[in-house]
Design a protein around this ligand. Sequence first.
Ligand SMILES: NC(=O)c1ccc[n+]([C@@H]2O[C@H](COP(=O)([O-])OP(=O)(O)OC[C@H]3O[C@@H](n4cnc5c(N)ncnc54)[C@H](OP(=O)(O)O)[C@@H]3O)[C@@H](O)[C@H]2O)c1
Length: 323
Amino acid sequence: MRALTQDRYGWDALGVRDLPDPVPGAEQVLVRVYAAGVNPYDWHYAAGQPLVARPMLGGFTGPRPRVRGADLSGLVVAVGPGVTTFAVGDEVFGFGVAGTFAELAVAAVDGLAHRPVDLTHVEAAAMPMAAVTALQFLRSAGLTAGQRIAITGAGGGIGHFAVQIATAWGADVTGVCSGRNAAMVRELGASDVVDHTRADFTAGDQRYDVVFANAGRYPLRALGQVVAPGGVVLANDGSKDGLLGSMPDMVSAPLVSRFRPYRVVNVALSESGADLAALAGMVSHGVLRPVVSATYPLDDAVEAIRQVAGHGHARGKLVVTLV
Ligand SMILES: NC(=O)c1ccc[n+]([C@@H]2O[C@H](COP(=O)([O-])OP(=O)(O)OC[C@H]3O[C@@H](n4cnc5c(N)ncnc54)[C@H](OP(=O)(O)O)[C@@H]3O)[C@@H](O)[C@H]2O)c1
């Protein structure tokens, strides 16, 4: 099969190469990939950024897995031992276990769900990492109807799903994004939009029950200034590179929560098939829809990853197409 692979960190190491077809193990299936969503996660693995994360990305010299891509939508073409929930011929979307910018990918059954019938494969492939992360963060904040939430990166992958989920839950949403994404963010449900190229939302008078920070590299103290007492900062901006990246912010979150009048929460994504199914339910109820702003053939997947590296300005989701 053809796949985007690398044996060491760095953009120049990435290339589309022929690899042996993968074989599904117990509780896994083999998926013919039709489309695969692009995430900043792919940049972290491709470039080995931040440097301190390299042991978790696979090692000091190169990432593991070697194949890039985490999200997929496609067709089950083989099942491993013990699989009862999916069968050959099922159309699925979810998380691959060893790379998805490839013609074939292995996925664990508990990281998959059936493709929503209302979505194309390109749209379904846009959902797994970004939509599940949005859902898990909003759930961990305990967001309820009537609460006010500000979402930075509202025009990007996680943000545009978070705007829709929070709106569906009855929250009042302020989206923080660049002006070119303002109309889209309003259409997705935000009652107010702050253009981060013109104004700093952390300097305003508004107070929010929840601030969901996906982008902008706002200092925690600044985010805390616009959180109502007893509120929550969802710290999810991993865009810094260099030696430590966003690691200090992540590690200090529990400590900060002890000394400030708000809670700081990080969530490490759990690749949950149950959450994918819940999101598919929202799609079928007409309250959630991925926005895909561009597709890239496998041969141009590196360019797609570059678009979400560091201070990315993607609108909605970018998707690599395999067929
Ligand atoms: N916790 C986890 O397990 C987990 C999982 C996945 C991802 N993440 C992290 O989540 C973050 C967001 O991921 P994503 O997939 O949503 O990224 P993305 O698709 O690249 O979107 C980022 C968005 O932020 C906007 N932006 C840039 N600067 C901004 C600013 N100053 N204020 C407000 N918006 C700004 C960009 O466009 P405009 O500037 O044009 O509006 C873009 O739309 C990443 O740092 C990633 O590492 C964490």
